[in-house]
Design a protein around this ligand. Structure first.
Ligand code: GLN
Length: 311
């Protein structure tokens, strides 16, 4: 069929020419310093073929993309009991919104909004010191990518710790409802550090392979999670992975995807490809402007949308 390598290179060339690149996140100071001209793309196919273009080997702050890996870990620890503490419905609200928590008794709508991810961090913390929980998330991410060079950017973690007043409000609010088991500072410490993991598009696409391959990871040679669980994580990425922009992302791209305010997106074409794109400028919902356009074009040219072909 199509030559994926050529498509990926064409897209990188086209994205370099786009003038409207969105706005870099500035509420986390180090993210405001990243050059909005950056663009990277990595596509890893089911047979292992890896196609890279642009800044595909430059590490960036994965931010909320990390919520996919921490959710996978938490499900491995407590299984479906997690769903007593976090919902599975799209929120229709901003990633850092507090409004639904009051009427819904401190149970976040889904694991990808900040409140939900903070509960997931609390689950990963069980039986650990915060430092060990952070190390476990990092170790897991490195194992998925098969790359021990992946690191936590301590400068970003500290900046979030110093400015994360909304996240602190969410955590305190949930603690008041008994939906956090550990001290707020500990759950937030784990959350901020997982968000501060730095990865390149290549590393991120490699880490996402288990979601394209029904839970199996070529890096570990075995099963990371069951096929049913991989399918369900993909479903959550489709319905909730872009917050109040999830409907629009499904409409335009049609793949399970998880965004982060660092400008990265991990997208999964089940049984076909694990895809990472990065461009730091965000749209008004906090999702990468150029990254979304790039995925839209990739899906148009490959026919990979889960909803059907584009031609
Ligand atoms: N660390 C960021 C925050 O908590 C993550 C948000 C995001 O990537 N959408 O605000």
């Amino acid at each position: 069929m199509s030559d994926i390598g050529a498509i990926v290179r064409d897209i990188a060339r086209e994205m370099a020419a786009v003038a409207q690149r969105g706005r870099v996140a500035d509420y986390i100071p180090p993210l405001a310093e990243v050059d909005p001209a950056r663009f990277g793309i990595a596509v890893v196919e089911a047979d292992g073929a890896c196609h890279l273009a642009g800044d595909a080997d430059m590490p960036f702050s994965i931010q909320s993309v990390s919520k996919v890996f921490s959710l996978t870990l938490a499900l491995g620890k407590v299984g479906d009991a997690l769903w007593q503490r976090v919902g599975r419905e799209p929120s229709g609200s901003a990633f850092n919104s507090i409004v639904q928590l009051e009427t819904e008794s401190g149970i976040p709508r889904n694991p990808f909004i900040n409140a939900g991810a903070i509960v997931v961090s609390d689950v990963v913390l069980a039986g650990h010191q915060p430092r060990e929980a952070i190390a476990e998330i990092l170790r897991f991410t490195r194992a998925l990518a098969g790359d021990d060079a992946i690191f936590v950017d301590e400068h970003v973690a500290q900046a979030e710790q110093g400015t994360g007043f909304r996240n602190a409000a969410l955590a305190n609010y949930m603690r008041a409802f008994g939906n956090l088991r550990h001290p707020v500072e500990q759950a937030l410490g784990v959350y901020f550090h997982q968000c501060a993991i730095a990865m390149s598009c290549r590393q991120l696409a490699l880490a996402g392979r288990y979601l394209m391959l029904a839970g199996r990871s070529p890096a570990t040679g075995g099963s990371v999670i069951s096929a049913a669980r991989a399918r369900r994580i993909n479903a959550l990425m489709m319905t909730c992975g872009h917050y109040d922009g999830s409907g629009e992302f499904a409409y335009r791209v049609g793949l399970p995807g998880k965004s982060g305010v660092g400008g990265g997106i991990l997208a999964i074409a089940p049984a076909r490809a694990s895809i990472a794109v990065w461009s730091p400028g965000l749209n008004e919902r906090g999702n990468s402007e150029i990254g979304t356009i790039a995925l839209e074009r990739l899906v148009q040219r490959t026919g990979w949308s889960v909803f059907g072909p584009s031609y």
